[in-house]
Design a protein around this ligand. Structure first.
Ligand code: CP
Length: 324
């Protein structure tokens, strides 16, 4: 198995098409392992993974923790609320402090775009971006691609609609980058306040009407309305938003009959998606996305080059030195 040529996974931008395919292929084998009774592999035995989440998370934090543990790493999740961050310690000082404890991998989520890239320049271990502001969420795009590939048999040549609050979404950006690299047609649908026209420069087709944008699409990817990132009024009312942009049976009817529904979670039921559609196991792959999240994060942790010691930052002690 060839490891990534890059030291960190900071975004889809820096992944090659080969990197993406290698990740999906390995993740597929971890998806099989995860359905078995014994879910352990030993590829990260002896390594240390530290998770630092400066923003709330259920899916990403839990799945990175499970992924590291299933691969045999020692995993520590920093409780940011109870840490010295509350006393004013900066992100970089926090990261440097943990770096001094010799981790091999830092998994970081932060509300500021670019914060994870900055941190990666300051530490010696590999850094994985678990979502930074509106910038990127690379493992989400990879798990979405794996879910699509499992459902459609391929993740090329499809028409994919990304719908809703694109302006505030790192998931939309990472998916656009990945799906474009793999030669898919990407549409973005939402009110003009939430769909920046600049995306048209990346070859995206932009629609402000759901029934126009969803015509004959293979994949309907709904996004959460991120009210916590909104400083003004971007939608008239939640009721009006659901009427115009919430996914329901009537709007979905214009997509291909075998179109699948995706949502990265967490969902606002009755705002961007009808709750019954989200739970319809014949159309919705939302639970499979969560399942593939663990498999993809196992593959990413596996494929990161373990450079810390190779680069001589701190040579590994020999068994003699340890008195073994
Ligand atoms: N999709 C996603 O990132 O979910 P969490 O915020 O729960 O991690």
């Amino acid at each position: 198995m060839t490891h990534y040529s890059m030291k960190h996974l900071l975004g889809i931008q820096s992944m090659s098409v080969d990197d993406i395919h290698s990740t999906l292929d390995l993740a597929e084998s971890y998806a099989q392992l995860n359905r078995g009774r014994d879910k352990r592999a030993s590829v990260l035995n002896g390594t240390t993974q530290v998770n630092m989440f400066f923003e709330r998370s259920t899916r990403t934090q839990a799945s990175f923790e499970l992924a590291g543990k299933r691969l045999g790493a020692d995993v520590m999740s920093l409780n940011v609320l109870a840490s010295s961050v509350g006393k004013g310690e900066t992100l970089i000082d926090t990261a440097m402090t943990l770096n001094a404890m010799q981790p091999d991998i830092l998994v970081v989520r932060h509300p500021q775009s670019g914060a994870v890239d900055l941190l990666a320049q300051k530490v010696e271990c590999s850094v994985v971006n678990a979502g930074d502001g509106r910038h990127e969420h690379p493992t989400q795009a990879l798990l979405d691609a794996l879910t699509i590939r499992r459902s459609k048999g391929r993740v090329e040549g499809l028409t994919i609609a990304i719908c809703g609050d694109i302006l505030h979404s790192r998931v939309a950006r990472s998916n656009l980058l990945l799906l474009s690299k793999l030669q898919n047609r990407v549409r973005m649908i939402g009110p003009s306040t939430l769909v920046p026209p600049i995306f048209a420069e990346f070859g995206v087709e932009i629609f402000d009407d759901m029934k126009e944008g969803l015509q004959n699409v293979d994949i309907v990817m709904m996004l959460r309305l991120q009210e916590e990132r909104m400083s003004g009024s971007f939608v008239p009312s939640l009721r009006e938003y659901f009427h115009l942009y919430g996914l329901d049976e009537e709007k979905l009817a214009v997509a291909r009959p075998d179109a699948i529904i995706m949502h990265p979670g967490p969902m606002n039921r009755g705002v961007e998606i009808d709750g019954l559609l989200a739970d319809d196991i014949n159309r919705s792959v939302i639970q499979e996305q969560v399942e593939m999240g663990v498999a993809v994060r196992m593959a990413v942790l596996h494929l990161l080059p373990r450079l810390r010691h190779q680069e001589g930052a701190m040579p590994l002690a020999t068994p003699d030195q340890l008195g073994q």
